[in-house]
Design a protein around this ligand. Structure first.
Ligand code: CO8
Length: 258
């Protein structure tokens, strides 16, 4: 397995497990971390033995945002042409389902990284926010778009314009969080959730992600057509035959990923 300096990468059965690991900076997302995380996610995404990827931080912080110290003196050119955060694109475009396991701070780019994932499990000590306005900028890794879709226009606007944090309960009520778990159980619950997802048919999980994405990107009629076509296409898979045969035969399905 490749050695990285800002993340720890391991496999747990069919689960790819990535720990953000800059403890001295509350896992602030610097350009090295962006590149390493992008590479690690892309490698898992290309591996058919991996059915789900977990991103987790420390108990104190999932990630406290982009690395402000690294970013402070950058120019427009640095942030565009030589985009230091290009690596995150691999997370956003991964076909493999991703679970963010959030404990402590998920701020700015940290909240945005969690929102690139399909499932957000929050520990009861989690704090979410988009505090960029306090630094004289706005969210830049999807916060204005994904947060608005997750929690609605007015909640997102209040969070982005004030820069305040919300706790796990508020985030769950707002629809940003899939589920809250006690902080001591976060890693176990993330692994269980990821193992459950990884036990399904991988091509069907890809199809489910595509259809969920269509809900965010298209109008209702187009999204429904996309879902209907995708649903029908799954009847070409052995895994559809297996899933339905297993139901009729009152046994667990054994998916082959084809
Ligand atoms: N960047 C760099 N270092 C950080 C960051 C950060 N985002 N957050 C924390 N740290 C460092 C601190 O500087 C400190 O290091 P040191 O001891 O060397 O000074 C260490 O982590 C511990 O932090 P604190 O002492 O501040 O810990 P506290 O418990 O007192 O406070 C907070 C915790 C409230 C989380 C506080 O650290 C904080 O406010 N951090 C900044 C949060 C923030 O503003 N995040 C948004 C950053 S901007 C962003 O994410 C934009 C993303 C879009 C990029 C788009 C590119 C195209």
């Amino acid at each position: 397995m490749t050695e990285y300096s800002t993340i720890l990468v391991e496999t747990r059965g069919r689960v790819g497990w990535i720990t953000l690991n800059r403890p001295d900076a509350l896992n602030a997302l610097n350009s090295t971390l962006a590149t390493e995380l992008g590479d690690a996610v892309a490698a898992f995404d290309a591996d058919e033995e991996i059915g789900c990827i977990v991103l987790i931080g420390s108990e104190r912080a999932f990630a406290a945002g982009a690395d402000i110290k690294e970013m402070a003196d950058k120019s427009v050119r640095d942030m565009t042409v030589a985009n230091p955060f290009a690596g995150f694109a691999a997370v956003a475009r991964a076909r493999t389902p991703l679970v963010a396991a959030v404990s402590g701070y998920a701020l700015g780019g940290g909240c945005e990284l969690a929102m690139m994932c399909d499932v957000i499990l929050a520990a009861d000590n989690a704090k979410f926010g988009q505090p960029e306005i306090n630094l004289g900028v706005i969210p830049g890794l999807g916060g204005t778009q994904r947060l608005t879709r997750a929690v609605g226009t007015y909640k997102a606007a209040e969070l982005i314009l004030t820069g305040r944090m919300m706790d796990a309960d508020e985030a769950e009520r707002a629809g940003l969080v899939s589920r809250i778990v006690p902080v001591s159980d976060l890693a176990d619950e993330a692994l269980k959730t990821a193992e459950t997802i990884a036990s399904k048919s991988l091509p069907v999980a890809y199809a489910a992600k595509d259809a969920l994405q269509a809900a965010l990107e298209s109008g209702l009629a187009e999204g429904l057509r996309f879902e209907s076509r995708t649903f029908a296409s799954l009847f070409a898979l052995d895994d559809q035959k297996e899933g339905m045969a297993a139901f009729r035969e009152k046994r667990s399905p054994h998916f082959m990923g084809r």
